[in-house]
Design a protein around this ligand. Structure first.
Ligand code: FES
Ligand code: FES
Length: 152
């Protein structure tokens, strides 16, 4: 039995502690907003926060999350920065197919939490691990700037 804090609630999981966080979220907790893409830390679709830091949940075992807080897309609106990011995403109409977008929002929220006024270069560096096959990168950049303005 392993105890995790997921979106502010304690969850007891009867699984092996080397299970990737992504598996625990999607298959055990049925939190399917976090997506499986590559499974190899190459695409960013599985990005969640571990104590506020963006991590790749497909390669991070649940053992690494014990005593820490996991936040997923399902709970990001309860964070002031996450709320601003989601609102900006909607205003700028970022989303195309949507598959990558929960990971993009989690990465953007982690960026704006540590850097309130990112430049285009800061954004490109922070978001470079989040691939969008639909090519929404210009709108992602615009939405991050819009959220930064909103939060200023
Ligand atoms: S599924 Fe985790 S980085 Fe692609
Ligand atoms: S919106 Fe389709 S993969 Fe990014």
């Amino acid at each position: 039995m392993i105890i995790l804090n997921i979106n502010g609630k304690e969850a007891q999981l009867d699984v092996s502690d080397d299970m990737p966080i992504l598996w625990a979220l999607r298959d055990v907790m049925h939190l399917t907003g976090t997506k499986f893409g590559c499974g190899m830390a190459q695409c960013g679709a599985c990005t969640v926060h571990l104590d506020g830091q963006a991590i790749r949940s497909c390669i991070t075992p649940i053992a690494a999350a014990v005593g820490k807080k996991i936040t997923t897309i399902e709970d990001v609106q309860n964070d002031k920065v996450g709320q601003a990011v989601q609102a900006a995403w909607s205003e700028v109409d970022v989303v195309q197919c949507g598959y990558c977008q929960s990971g993009q929002i989690m990465a953007a929220t982690a960026l704006l939490t540590t850097n309130q006024k990112p430049t285009d270069a800061d954004i490109d560096a922070a978001m470079s691990g989040n691939i969008c096959r639909c090519g929404t990168y210009p709108r992602i950049r615009a939405a991050i700037h819009a959220a930064a303005t909103k939060l200023a």
